[in-house]
Design a protein. Sequence first.
Length: 625
Amino acid sequence: MTAGVAHRPGEGPERTGRATRRARRHRRHRGHGRHRWGRLLAAGVAAGAVALAAGCGLPGRGPVQQGLDVGAPNVPPVRFDFEAPARGASPEQIVRGFLAASWSTDDDFRAARAYLTPEASRSWDPRVEVVVYPDSSSLEVHAQDDGDRVQLRAAQDAGLDASGRYTSAAPGSTQEATLGLAQASGEWRISQVPPDFGVWISRFYFDSAFRSFSVAYANLGMDGFVVDRRWFRLGAGLPTRLARALVEEPPPYLQGVVRTGFPEGTRLSVDSVPVEAGQALIDLSNGMLDVSADERRSAWAQALLTMRQAPTVDGVILQVSGRNLDVLIDGDAGAVPTGITQLGFTGTEPGRSHVLRRSPGGALEAIDLADVARGREPSQASTPQLPAVGPEWGALAARDDGLEVAAVAADGSRVHRWRGGQAADVPGLSGELTPPAYDREDRLWVGGSTTAGTSRIWAVDAAGGLGAAPHAIATPWLGAQGPEQLIAVRPAPDGQRILVVTRRGGRVAIGVSGVLHDGLGVPVGLTQPWLIGADLGQVSSATWVSNTAIAVIGSHTASGRSTPMIVQVGGPTTQLATVPDPRRITSSGGERGVVVVSGDGHAYGRVGGGWERLGAAVDIIVPGY
């Protein structure tokens, strides 16, 4: 069997299969910042600066329209064309050919099924999982006995489950499998495939053939959205794959946190979504006829946000048994919505025109991003509301309106709040406290340990005055497998999820939990976290940069050198350029707005693939983060 595969430099042809790579490349444009403090969070300003409020206070919420987070550009998929198995191929060659051909999804994996017996083809489910290994050198294929068994072993980078959810593999992880073979008409074919064996693919080809997409759900207030990140193959059938994910029930970590317009049991009446003139036609099962008006409104909005990510889709038509799913728009029950605002969704999120800079002397200064947008040095006048914060205080947080700040003591023993010239400790907290963080509902979140030594997460109603007591959040999963130290507790920009970073047994766990509320909208519990970033062994600081990504200071091993990294929620980890002695990390929104505060007393902002030293700072605080 010959090979004609397009390869990354340094990667072999996987020793089998014929593939032709046909792809168009898009240029990536990178902005060029100015060499000044003004570079701070310029990407966020370019994305949509909001008008500054008059006076010395910081601005409140702005009417910014929230859509799905912008991901990687749409790149045409790599197309793989594979020949049939070569006559006289050995068991090892047959298995290698099967692994390579399974990268082609055309016609229900027809190319890969040619390497299987008819019985094995019927039992093999290529969608049950995807194993991603680094490159060809990390894949071992060995025939055993008389050739009727072939052993596979590979170092593992990551994996996808049957729903397309991505999990990074811990350092040193491996995958093993054994395939059975038999001779048919004198030729070897695979006759036995383990039930949990799907597709094994190298990182290079995974990055070429798969992309992550956001599946949208409505928040409980029915005015905004929470997204679940999933990975799907590009090319033919992508709209159908997105529609299948759309009608599934929310994942466990979002159940009780979000609403969906597609009730349990909803399915596609025809397992295909045609796209005609840019309109994706989704025909749904009859159960959709019984949904409420709010559910119909949500279903249309979820479909618009999710389906429009497919390059061929501009709009959506929801139907049941060939008739449009009615939804009321401006008094017209037969209209087809073209945008989420028509359906009553605004998706507003906090508007930010300032960040705070904490100088080595302890002064807090409001940095005016309007000046940044004009390419001028930002004004740095101190405001009466902002206190001086001495070295006895560690990481700071600022409420979204900028009228209150909070800090954790350097020894982690207490959290302090400042507002309007007054200050007080948050009562009832113990030791090992995490840096505080405000959510979009003006609640202050902090984690730590109780006097009994158990880990706990608290929320404080910041609008209740400086004396407001924290209330404990139910987290039955926290510490269930042994003592865990909380490192970070940070609300997501969507206001419905919490990033929880813990350390147990020398390793960290990074999880995203949904926030459960009572009937009055008060947070009372967190769902079992969805674990991400399993390839990290150490994290010292973490923050959200968008609804689908976080930034951390960490390393891949517990004892390794710490560097800034971006961890996709349901995606891979990207290591950024090193910064000398990184201490804290923040962002105004977006990966290009990441700022790192160093132990050398300076802040560093992202510039291209590296960093620029921006100026002296002990901390950079983004209100509302």
